[in-house]
Write a protein that binds this ligand. Structure first.
Ligand code: AMP
Length: 313
């Protein structure tokens, strides 16, 4: 952390990247870090770049920059385990690259890395970074709102494994900065009529296998319900927590790609996700299918994983 702070001090231009299809934690870490740097060192030029998210748009707007901006700049990539998931590959144009992440590492991109899987969100890492150097760093309400949003979204509102005393202490620090908990919850909880209708679809159409439940989100369903891909993908939580089904997944068809959002309350799933071109955490991973024909094999691999888990339990 000290070495990261030294690098931040050293560079005049800092460009903060996140991952493709960013979520609340990615935005929270990106915009939170930008706020800390700009508030503490007002003469530095700091940019946040990458794909956008409608869901957490209230946190901030992405900057649009030219390739020249990267000349002599420091790239910081947050919340991204593997280099091909970094949103906006121009991060590599930076003079030096720093990785800050809480996922199980898949590849070791970056000149300097701070990876700690004990943190339940990357936003908590950034908040901790601020806390550790609070005598010399500043954080305003705007940044605190971003970081708080990152912490609550990646912990399922303080419900997931990894939430600790430190998580609450750091969330408390952000509230001290003026975070309006009700405002953020309101922003995150708003739902359109289309989303409610899609929930009905998910509840009526999920498929069950041995200990595994999944829902297929094909292009025609996404179009029929008139929702964004991001909204469709957010349905994964709906089929979690069903008694007797410790693993669940939402399988979403993007143009040219089928992605699996895999979750578990039992067996560790990241190794299986590795086998299918992905990775992530022990209980929350993402991976891919090349086509729908691969689905039966995937389901059977999950069933086997659950069987072994039950036998060992
Ligand atoms: P998601 O279902 O997209 O929320 O992903 C769950 C977790 O797995 C997140 O922490 C992701 O960063 C990680 N993940 C998703 N897709 C991949 C992938 N292709 N490679 C590595 N990690 C991934």
């Amino acid at each position: 952390m000290q070495r990261i702070l030294n690098k931040i001090k050293q560079y005049d231009t800092i460009i903060i990247h996140g991952h493709k299809r960013p979520d609340g934690d990615c935005y929270g870490a990106q915009f939170g870090l930008k706020n800390i740097i700009t508030s503490s060192f007002p003469t530095k030029k700091v940019y946040v770049v990458g794909e956008t998210s409608e869901f957490v748009d209230f946190i901030g707007k992405m900057d649009v920059i030219t390739d020249d901006t990267y000349q002599g700049a420091l790239s910081i990539v947050v919340d991204t385990a593997v280099s091909d998931r970094i949103s906006d590959p121009r991060y590599a144009l930076g003079q030096e690259i720093i990785k800050i992440d809480h996922h199980i590492p898949i590849d070791n991109y970056g000149d300097l890395r701070w990876v700690d899987t004990t943190f339940p969100s990357c936003a908590q890492m950034i908040t901790y970074f601020y806390y550790k150097f609070r005598k010399e760093l500043k954080l305003t309400l705007e940044g605190a709102n971003a970081l708080y949003t990152g912490i609550v979204t990646d912990t399922g509102r303080f419900r997931f494994r990894g939430v600790s005393k430190l998580t609450h202490q750091l969330a408390g620090l952000l509230i001290e900065k003026g975070v309006d908990v009700e405002y953020i919850d309101g922003e995150l909880s708003q739902e359109s009529l289309e989303m409610i209708a899609l929930k009905g679809y998910v509840y009526s159409n999920f498929v069950t296998a041995d200990g595994f439940v999944y829902i297929k989100m094909t292009r025609d369903v996404i179009e029929k319900y008139n929702v964004t891909d991001e909204q469709a993908a957010s349905m994964v939580g709906l089929i979690g927590g069903i008694a007797g089904y410790p693993v669940w997944a939402l399988i979403i068809e993007y143009p040219g790609e089928i992605r699996i959002r895999l979750r578990s309350s039992g067996p560790t799933i990241d190794k299986l996700a590795n086998k299918y071109g992905g990775g992530g955490h022990a209980k929350a991973s993402g991976c891919k299918l090349n086509n729908w024909e691969e689905l039966p094999q995937f389901v059977s691999d999950i069933e086997q994983l659950i069987k072994v888990y039950k036998e060992e339990a």
